[in-house]
Design a protein around this ligand. Sequence first.
Ligand code: 5GP
Length: 190
Amino acid sequence: MKTLKERILKDGRVLDGNILKVDSFINHQVDYKLMDDIGEEIYSRFADCKVDKILTIETSGIPVAYSVARNFDVPFVFAKKTISGNLAGDLYKTKVFSYTKSCQYDVVVSKKYLLKDENVLVVDDFLANGQAALGMIALVEQAGAKVVGVVALIEKAFQDGGKLVKEKGYRFEALASIEKMDYEGIKIKE
Ligand code: 5GP
């Protein structure tokens, strides 16, 4: 997606540990116009599919999921990282290893919001080693629902996540695939 690629090249910053900082337009401050375009782009890529629900993980996936859900005119659900008192009980639960925090955490979704036989599109801001995506896939499968596909705004293609998701038989789309990044610059696939 041309506008996203241009924005990454203009405002993305490479940090230690293979982290791309995009917090001026995606992760902290959010450019809603870019999110509108992202929602339309993801919709156009999956317009031929039946999609009943969008699933993401809090927090950075939420604006993406909102924008995509608006285009499909379906609800979106964000898996939660903390189990508050009013969420205890009937939950789908899995463990995810956090790329940015280097620790394992539980993610949960209420059984009320992922239903058997629903067609679920999984979206997130980044795909690195694929752990967050695989965690979301596990939640969908626990529910007996179907994964329509997995979308990342930014795939770090030099890491294994995209390959892992595709090897497991899921359709994977990235709006921008980064081939290489270091302090000298960012190279995005054409
Ligand atoms: P994965 O589970 O695929 O290894 O990593 C994906 C998750 O880690 C995403 O939900 C995202 O929040 C975070 N993440 C991975 N790589 C980056 C990165 O380079 N920059 C930022 N801001 N987040 C990342």
